[in-house]
Design a protein around this ligand. Structure first.
Ligand SMILES: Cc1cc2nc3c(=O)[nH]c(=O)nc-3n(C[C@H](O)[C@H](O)[C@H](O)COP(=O)(O)OP(=O)(O)OC[C@H]3O[C@@H](n4cnc5c(N)ncnc54)[C@H](O)[C@@H]3O)c2cc1C
Length: 467
C-alpha cells in the first residue's frame, strides 16, 4: 500500500450487480472491503428478495452470439475474470442463444461468495452519507433515493437525470396450458428452450385493443418522462402502431406451431426463470398496467387463460448521474466536478453511472473494483481500449457531451469506432468488430496482468479474478 501506512478499508455502497462485482474484484486484488447493503432492513420497490445481486426483472443476461454487442461484452468480461458472470454461467438455465440464470441460485451463490470472502465484510446498513475517511464506491443502482441521493446532488455540480423503466411479469409454470403453448426456440437455435403462445390474427387484434385501453398504474412523473427504448413497456410499444408488437416481442418468425405446421400470426414467448422450471417470464412484456388489468389482459394470451402471476410487472423511475464529464474513465468522480475537496477518491459504478443493463452494470462494477486497487497503490487504471464494448461504454460516460444531456446507454455496436477496412455484409462487419475487440483486450490485459498479479500478491494471496 502507500508509504503513509496501511490503506483504510474501502467502502462499496450497494450489494447489487455492480457493487458485488466491484467488492469481489477489489478484494481479490488484495484490498479490504466493507460492502454496505440496505437490505434486509429496507428494500426498493423493485427489489423482492433479501439476497445480494438480485435481478430485478428478467433473468436474462441476453445474447451469447459471439458477434452481437451483448455477446462481445460477455466474452470481454469472461476474459477479464468477471466473478458474477462466472456465477451466471454456473447457474444458467436453458435459454437458446441467450445466457439466462436461475435468479435465486445466482443470488445465493454471489451472496455466499461475499459472505465467505476473507477480505470482505458485509455491513447490513442503509448508508446516508458520503464518508471521506476512506475510498468510497457508490453502486446503489437506479433507484437510489433519500439522504444519500441528496448528498450526491449536493456534492456534484450536475443535476441527476432520470428515465422510466418497467419490469415484466412472472407466471407459475404449472398454470400454463401446455396444450396451447409449445416448446421451441426461434429457428430451432438452442433447442426447445422457450414456451410459445401462438395467436391468430383475430386474437392478436383483440389483444392489442385491450392492451391499449387497459388502465395504467399511477407512477408519478411517468406520463411526462422518457422511457428507455431498450426496455419499453409493451403497451407503449403497442401504441406506436397495430403491427409494432408483431415486429417486436411478439415476432413469430422461426417459430412454427407443431400442431399446425404453420407460423402463427404472433407469438408471446415465455422463458424459464429458475432451474426447477417452476416459473416463466413473459419475454419483452415489461409493463405499467395496473395489476388487475395484467390479470385480465395477459390471460387473453393463448396458454395463459388460467395463469397465476407470481409477480406482476411494474414501472419505476430510474435515476442516473448526468454523465457528461462527471466521471473519469476509471469510474472516479472528477475532483473538479465536486463542490468540496475530498481526501479519498469517490467512485460510482453500475446503473447510477448511466449504463443500462445487467451485464453493463457488472462491467462497470469490475472496472470500479480494478480502479480501487490501482488507486490504493497511488496509480490510475489505464484507459481500456475504446474498441472493446466495456472501454467504449466507459468512454461514453466520461467524455463531455456536446451540450445535450446524455441518455442511459447499453452495450451496442454503434459505440465502437469504425473498422479500417470495409465489410459489405453485416455479419462480416460484426465478426470483425468482435475479433478486433478481443485482440485489443488481450493486448491490454497482457500489459496489465503483471500489475494486477502484483496487487494480489502484495497480500500474499493469489487473485481469483485475473488469470
Ligand atoms: C424495474 C427495473 C427493471 C429492470 N429490468 C432489467 C432487465 O430486465 N434486464 C436488464 O439487463 N436490466 C434491467 N434493469 C436495469 C439494470 O440492469 C438493473 O437495474 C441492475 O440491477 C443495475 O445494477 P446496479 O448494481 O447498478 O443496481 P442494483 O442491482 O439496483 O443494486 C443496488 C443495490 O444497492 C442497494 N442500496 C440502495 N441504496 C442504498 C443505500 N443508501 N445504502 C445501502 N444500500 C443501498 C440496493 O438495495 C441494491 O441491492 C431494470 C431496472 C429496473 C429499475
Amino acid at each position: 500500500m502507500t508509504d503513509a501506512g496501511p490503506e483504510p478499508r474501502a467502502l462499496v455502497v450497494g450489494a447489487g450487480l455492480a457493487g458485488c462485482e466491484c467488492a469481489l474484484q477489489a478484494a481479490s486484488l488484495g484490498l479490504l472491503v466493507d460492502l454496505a447493503e440496505q437490505k434486509p432492513g429496507r428494500r426498493s420497490p423493485a427489489h423482492h428478495s433479501d439476497g445480494l445481486a438480485e435481478l430485478v426483472c428478467s433473468n436474462s443476461f441476453k445474447s451469447m452470439q459471439p458477434s452481437s454487442a451483448s455477446g462481445i461484452q460477455k466474452e470481454e468480461l469472461f476474459r477479464m475474470g468477471s466473478i458474477l458472470l462466472r456465477v451466471a454461467r454456473e447457474t444458467a438455465v436453458p435459454a437458446g442463444n441467450a445466457l439466462a440464470v436461475d435468479r435465486t441460485l445466482f443470488s445465493e451463490q454471489v451472496t455466499h461468495r461475499i459472505r465467505t470472502h476473507p477480505r470482505i465484510r458485509l455491513v447490513e446498513e442503509r448508508i446516508s452519507d458520503l464518508p471521506d475517511d476512506r475510498p468510497v464506491v457508490i453502486a446503489t443502482g437506479p433507484l437510489t433515493d433519500g439522504p444519500l441521493y441528496d448528498r450526491i446532488q449536493e456534492l456534484t455540480d450536475s443535476p441527476s437525470l432520470h428515465f422510466f423503466d418497467a419490469a415484466a411479469p412472472l407466471v407459475r409454470a404449472d398454470t400454463i396450458d401446455r396444450t396451447l403453448a409449445y416448446a421451441a426456440s426461434r429457428y430451432g437455435k438452442g433447442g426447445d428452450d422457450y414456451l410459445n403462445c401462438p395467436m391468430d390474427r383475430d386474437t392478436y387484434d383483440a389483444f392489442v385493443r385491450e392492451l391499449l385501453s387497459a388502465r395504467l398504474a399511477p407512477v408519478q412523473g411517468a406520463d411526462e418522462g422518457t422511457v428507455f427504448e431498450g426496455c419499453m413497456p409493451v403497451e407503449t410499444m403497442a401504441a406506436r402502431g397495430p403491427e409494432t408488437l408483431r415486429h417486436g416481442p411478439m415476432k413469430p418468425v422461426g417459430l412454427p406451431n407443431p400442431s399446425t405446421g404453420r407460423i402463427p400470426h404472433a407469438v408471446v414467448q415465455l422463458r424459464q426463470d429458475d432451474r426447477a422450471a417452476s416459473l416463466y417470464g413473459l419475454v419483452g412484456f415489461q409493463t405499467r398496467l395496473a395489476y388487475p388489468e395484467q390479470d385480465r389482459v395477459f390471460r387473453m394470451i393463448p396458454g395463459l387463460g388460467r395463469a397465476v402471476f407470481e409477480r406482476y410487472g411494474v414501472m419505476h423511475r430510474n435515476t442516473y448521474l448526468a454523465p457528461d464529464g462527471l466521471l473519469d474513465h476509471d469510474c472516479q468522480l472528477r475532483p473538479d466536478r465536486m463542490r468540496i475537496v475530498r481526501r479519498y477518491p469517490l467512485l460510482f459504478a453500475g446503473q447510477i453511472t448511466g449504463v443500462e443493463g445487467y451485464v453493463e452494470s457488472i462491467a462497470s462494477g469490475l472496472v470500479a473494483g480494478w480502479s480501487l486497487a490501482f488507486l490504493a497503490h497511488g496509480l490510475r487504471l489505464p484507459v481500456l481500449p475504446s474498441t472493446t464494448l466495456t472501454g467504449a461504454l466507459q468512454a461514453y460516460l466520461s467524455h463531455p457531451s456536446s451540450g445535450s444531456s446524455l441518455s442511459p446507454m447499453n452495450a451496442n455496436l454503434g459505440l465502437l469506432p469504425p473498422l479500417a477496412e470495409a465489410h459489405w455484409k453485416k455479419a462480416d462487419r460484426h465478426a470483425a468488430l468482435a475479433e478486433r475487440a478481443m485482440a485489443d483486450l488481450d493486448r491490454f490485459l497482457a500489459q496489465l496482468s503483471s500489475t494486477l498479479d502484483w496487487f494480489s500478491m502484495t497480500n500474499g494471496r493469489g487473485s481469483e479474478a485475473v488469470r
